[in-house]
Design a protein around this ligand. Structure first.
Ligand code: BES
Ligand code: MN
Ligand code: ZN
Length: 503
């Protein structure tokens, strides 16, 4: 989406539609540009409020036709809810609601009168960024596999943020660009998640990573199956055994040669389809397992944004990619395989495959001696049972969890901690190998995290983020439509933008 700023007086701004955010109040007293608009409209905004036809509840909309009284053809009123409750998230939601409304009206452009900037604790930069991000994210629809025109109209092409008399127009443009980069990077992840597994194969994900690298200046290396075999990545390769497409390991690097900078590694689970393998999943709902590469998608999207924003950090993105298929060649329950770390693992369930590929990727990340490691994965169904739709589960280093928690509050991609008490390790004891890959039904998300903890490079702070059920969703919110959400992209980028300040 093309996003620009304008310093036009609101009344004189020519556009197909001007979105105007309004707070819910008992007595509406317009000031500034709102007063100008309302008087040009002969108090029509005042009238729809007085009649109770528009109450400015969160994400409520009403379209007014200006009939030549303004340079804008339409005014889209958007409810912001109560002024004292305004947050970055409600700004993103309102901008998304306006963009969706404009799209549904069949428009190709939308202007938004700047809002939220005068609230304490928000300010112009953050408000502008949230408007751009929300509008771009809310306009997203996955249409590439539809040959016929659908009831989903094409997204608006142009967004103009109107900030009359803005103190420094340049800074608004910078914020709009940041918001747009973050949204477009999230959309890169959403597209990868939404693409079915016959299209988004391991080699497709690799090609996407190479495209991102070509467009941003990131370094990209790929380990092929032969290389992984020679290194000894037995856990990763055991998952790949049942499929036809070879496993690959994507390595993206930002500021690769800047060993003077702090180095953060992001590791994402890239199972392009999870059948469960020989421990086959039930057929019902299995199609959702095309989204089992949501962790890898989040890492690719975050790396794209990190590069385009030029963050002053060294950032490493790792994504092991493979299918998990049943076959005569597939790994069997009871098989014992040897990890890159050297530990042997008894495979109790071939459906606990995410931890297998991540274990070897975590160990491999140690080669770069990162200062912190985050893995992100659609790892366990029990994450959904424990926390539902409103928080990813996080386990590991407290300082890193604090950073993620702050980023989660700012982005709306919230996280909540689970413990990794040593006692949980009992559940992963094996009679025949060093450990087993499942720990029973109890505390399923924790035993998944505990398994991973055994493969983290020595003395390296690490956090595991379980996003099962959050990466691909059935429930839409204003700026997160159904399907692939890109959960994790905005969370990581926000955390990394503040990395040094929080050191
Ligand atoms: N990919 C699944 C987890 C999942 C479930 C993601 C629902 C998204 C939605 C993972 O590979 C898996 O199968 N986990 C098992 C682990 C068990 C065998 C220990 C699970 O959660 O049942
Ligand atoms: Mn599985
Ligand atoms: Zn899986």
């Amino acid at each position: 989406m093309k996003i620009t700023a304008s310093a036009d007086p609101a009344v004189q701004h020519a556009t197909q539609a001007l979105a105007v955010g309004l707070f819910e109040t008992t007595e509406w007293v317009p000031t500034g540009p709102l007063a100008d608009l309302n008087s040009a409209l002969a108090d029509e905004i005042g009238a729809v409020i007085a009649e109770g036809d528009f109450r400015a509840k969160k994400n409520e909309t009403l379209v007014l036709y200006t009939q030549g009284r303004l340079a804008a053809r339409r005014v889209i009123l958007v409810g912001l809810g109560k002024a004292e409750q305004l947050s970055l998230d409600s700004i993103r939601q309102a901008a998304a609601t306006a963009a969706t409304k404009a799209r549904d009206l069949g428009l190709s452009e939308l202007s938004v009168l700047m809002f939220g900037h005068d609230r304490e604790g928000i300010g112009t930069d953050k408000a502008a960024e949230a408007i751009a991000e929300g509008a771009a994210l809310g306009s997203y629809a996955f249409r590439e596999l539809k040959t016929e025109d659908t009831n989903v109209r094409p997204a608006i092409e142009r967004l103009v943020v109107v900030a009359p008399g803005a103190p420094a127009p340049g800074t608004i443009e910078m914020s709009l660009r940041i918001g747009n980069v973050i949204a477009e990077s999230t959309i890169v992840a959403r597209d990868l998640i939404n693409r079915p597994a016959n299209i988004a194969t391991p080699s497709h994900i690799v090609a996407a990573a190479q495209d991102i690298a070509a467009g941003t200046g990131l370094e990209c290396h790929v380990l092929d199956k032969a290389k992984m075999a020679s290194l000894g990545m037995g856990l990763l390769l055991s998952v790949n055994q049942g499929g036809n497409e070879p496993a690959q390991m994507i390595i993206l690097e930002h500021n690769a040669d800047r060993t003077d900078l702090p180095c953060v590694a992001l590791v994402g689970k890239g199972i392009t389809f999870d059948t469960g393998g020989i421990s086959l999943k039930p057929a019902q709902g299995m199609e959702a397992m095309k989204g089992d590469m949501g962790g890898a998608a989040a890492v690719l999207g975050a790396m794209r944004a990190v590069a385009l924003l030029g963050l002053p950090l060294r950032v490493l993105g790792l994504a092991p990619v493979t299918e998990n298929m049943p076959d005569a060649q597939a790994t069997r329950p009871g098989d014992v395989v040897r990890s890159l770390k050297g530990l042997t693992v008894e495979i109790i369930s071939t459906d606990a495959e995410g931890r297998m590929i991540l274990a070897d990727a975590l160990t491999y990340s140690g080669k770069y001696q990162p200062d912190a490691i985050f893995d992100i994965a659609t790892l366990t169904g029990s994450r959904i049972i424990a926390l539902g739709d409103h928080a990813a589960a996080v386990m590991g280093n407290d300082d890193l969890i604090t950073r993620l928690t702050a980023a989660g509050e700012a982005t709306g991609e919230r996280v909540w901690p689970l413990p990794l008490f040593e006692a949980y390790g009992e559940q992963l004891k094996s009679e025949v190998a060093d450990l087993r890959n499942v720990g029973g039904r109890e505390a399923g998300s924790i035993t998944g995290g505990f398994f991973l903890s055994r493969f983290v490079p020595e003395n390296t702070p690490w956090v595991h983020i379980d996003i099962a059920g959050l990466s691909l969703t059935e429930k839409a919110t204003p700026y997160v439509p159904k399907g692939g959400t890109g959960f994790g992209v905005r969370l990581f980028v926000e955390m990394l933008r503040h990395w040094k300040a929080n050191a």
